[in-house]
Design a protein around this ligand. Structure first.
Ligand code: GLA
Length: 687
């Protein structure tokens, strides 16, 4: 199976949009379970994830299994019409296992072995761990592979959340094996890693190690390949569980991804084809400037992993989490806005961590659908309201998001970009990605997030932020797209090295020089707080470069400093298209100006989203659905005709979206010319 062959709505058991949660009944007495299922029905919950952390309960001692409680829970859920997303239970090892085999515990780069007592404390390469875990998976699959409640297999949990990089001797041996497969010979490895530098040449495979702590910096290719290896290793682990499941069951298999700003260790482009359903966990990250924008980016990326098809939000939160320095609670209506933003961007199911707030353990202050305060609470009322709204939006299931622009995103480039000994440690990959995504988001331009080298021919605009590492073929796809009439925007520190971290010499950005019609001789990163004036009235920060025009025209130039008169932003005609280069960190307003000019040149006007109003369109064969999410504190009006599904009223020309509210308008397909595009909130008097 592939992501597109298992519709998410098939998982709910009733063909509706999925509404659900993680459910950890083992934390509660049996009487509580009865109340749980009653309340789940009241809220409209139709899919729950159970047995996520079940190992110690199911296998109390080696090889002794006890399934009675899980049998009972599955039976209860089934009797109440609630489908099950069944965890294999392997995520967290039981104490007996790590006591018996402490060598399963993962080791840090400095050689410290982790202790048990938390969760996910296992080395991804450990054959002992795998043997024990697969034995459990086999028992679970045999017992429940044909259970009528089970609709989805949930392999482990957030693979790599805590244990993605293990540096122990077992991992070292596995890394060596991976390197032998990749390079075939030591000569090839030495060449790819550039080991003539600092006398790093290897003469025997046994000398190769993970990038453990050194007194200086590690070889960048050792670091990059260790990331590649570690991602592959956990994917391999996923596949081994999936294989066991498939021997006993034809139920679709998945695991929950972590497409998020603080997690970067899995290259999900390589994982996605192995999932029957694409599922993601997402939490607002209040360490970022704009958590709401990042939610949109993560949702668009998840849709990219699903090849544009609907996907499942496996976890998010009704309110605060417990793992950030300050766990900001969601205000009234915010959970609904977050949920429907995921739905707008292609989710066909919304699940939460977790059903009932724990009263013990390290997550007891994490929000849940049923908070400590019980049903007489704002959170519970919003949970019930969301269940009702999802019922009203059922017809949106199966439709796909409409996007005219693509954003090229790469976990591999992220690993390479953020390494040490680069021109400036203030310049980070994800910051660049978020900056340009935000400019598009604010301009109401929906983007599909795609992998380097993906087919761009269906898009009017391709945005390429900080693609530091790029393969020749991938750069070729972009150049060919522009040559045939496409429009591209490339940002600084892109196209610098090939897949072996080897600088493409002759002037930066080596991979994109002729596409962009420029040649940079030298980088000049700026000091913290330093800004250089530009002739568009804004200022350059963080990064500048001595850029020479080789066919491109200057769009924005420096008017201060030793680069005065040279270009900071350029545009080049390449074949029948245009390629822009943004060679500095522009402030948000200036970046938005450049991006909207480039988009305008490509024929994209965006969905005219006024400040604070997020607009996204999903389309099916007969209808389109315009999602309008008002993040602001004032009412917005939006020009569209059709039928509003949440309030349930016809819209003749303009829909009002109250402050903090969401409206979803079903309209004919294709969208009428007037839809939102030319109408800001203030321009519309009334409907
Ligand atoms: C992750 C895990 C859950 C829980 C939540 C808390 O998503 O999968 O088990 O720990 O984080 O936010």
């Amino acid at each position: 199976m592939s992501p597109s062959t298992t519709p998410v709505t098939a998982l709910s058991g009733n063909g509706k949009l999925v509404y659900g949660c993680d459910y950890n009944p083992e934390q509660w007495d049996r009487e509580v379970w009865q109340e749980d299922v009653l309340l789940m029905r009241q809220a409209g919950v139709n899919l729950v994830a159970v047995n996520i952390f079940g190992w110690a309960e199911l296998e109390g001692s080696p090889g002794t299994y006890s399934f009675e409680r899980l049998d009972e829970i599955l039976g209860l859920l089934h009797a109440n019409g609630i489908a099950v997303n069944l965890g294999t239970g392997t995520s967290s090892t039981p104490a007996w296992l790590t006591t018996l085999h402490p060598e399963i515990l993962p080791q840090s780069a400095s050689g410290t072995r982790a202790w048990p007592g938390g969760r996910q404390a296992w080395c991804p390469s450990s054959p002992l761990y795998r043997e024990h875990a697969l034995r459990l998976v086999q028992e679970v699959a045999r017992r429940y592979g044909g259970h009528p409640a089970v609709r989805l297999w949930h392999v482990s949990n957030e693979l790599g959340c805590h244990n993605a990089l293990c540096y122990c001797d077992v991992s070292a041996a596995a890394f060596r094996g991976w390197l032998i497969d990749r390079y075939g010979s030591l000569d090839a490895l030495n060449k790819a890693w550039g080991t003539t530098f600092w006398s790093q040449r290897y003469s025997d495979w046994q000398q190769l190690l993970p990038p453990r702590v050194t007194v200086s910096t590690n070889n960048p290719m050792q670091v990059l390949d260790f990331h590649r290896f570690s991602s592959d290793e956990l994917l391999g682990y996923y596949q081994s569980e999936a294989e066991v499941l498939r021997q006993h069951s034809s139920i679709p298999v998945t695991t929950n991804f972590m497409v998020a700003a603080h997690v970067r260790n899995q290259d999900y482009w390589s994982w996605a084809p192995h999932m029957d359903v694409i599922a993601n966990d997402h939490y607002l990250d209040h360490r970022l400037d704009s958590p709401t924008m990042e939610l949109a980016f993560a949702a668009d990326t998840t849709r990219g992993l699903a090849n544009g098809q609907p996907w499942l939000l496996m976890e998010h939160s009704t309110s605060a989490v417990n793992w950030q320095p300050r766990n900001i609670a969601k205000g009234p209506g915010e959970m609904l806005r977050n949920s429907l933003a995921h739905l707008a961007r292609g989710a066909d199911g919304l699940c939460f961590f977790q059903w009932r707030a724990s009263v013990q353990g390290s997550e007891k202050f994490h929000s849940a659908m049923l908070p400590h305060s019980g049903t007489d609470s704002r959170i519970w009322r919003e949970v019930v309201e969301l269940g009702g709204i999802l019922d009203k939006l059922a017809e949106v299931g199966g439709t796909t998001v409409q996007a005219e622009a693509a954003l090229v995103f790469s976990w591999e480039a992220w690993w390479a970009y953020d390494q040490e000994s680069h021109p400036s440690s203030d310049v980070r990959y994800l910051d660049q990605v978020h900056a340009i995504y935000k400019a598009l988001w604010e301009a109401g331009i929906t983007v599909d997030v795609v992998a380097p080298g993906a087919d761009l021919s269906g898009y009017k605009l391709a945005v390429v932020p900080g693609l530091y590492l790029v393969r020749e073929r991938e750069a070729g796809v972009l150049a060919e797209y522009v040559r045939k009439g496409g429009h591209a925007v490339v940002t600084y520190f892109s196209g610098i090295v090939d897949e072996n971290e080897r600088v493409l010499a002759g002037g930066y950005p080596g991979a994109f020089r002729s596409l962009l019609g420029i040649r940079t001789e030298e980088f000049f990163p700026l000091a913290p707080g330093q800004a250089l004036a530009l002739d568009n009235g804004s200022a350059a920060a963080l990064w500048t470069e001595a850029l020479r025009l080789e066919g491109a025209e200057a769009k924005v130039c420096f008017v201060e400093g030793h680069l005065t008169g040279t270009a900071a932003v350029t545009r080049n005609r390449h074949g029948s298209g245009h390629a822009w280069y943004i060679g500095t960190a522009l402030n948000p307003a200036a970046l938005r100006d450049v991006v909207t000019e480039a988009a305008g040149g490509a024929g994209i006007t965006g969905l005219a989203s006024p400040e604070g109003l997020e607009a996204v369109v999903r389309a099916g064969t007969d209808n389109s659905y315009v999602f309008l999410i008002n993040h602001s504190e004032e009412e917005h009006k939006y020009a569209v005709q059709g039928h509003e599904l949440i309030v349930g009223e016809d819209v003749s020309s303009v829909v009002a979206v109250p402050a903090g509210a969401v409206r979803v308008v079903r309209t004919s397909r294709p969208l009428p010319q007037t839809t939102g595009r030319t109408t800001g909130p203030k321009d519309v008097e009334s409907d």
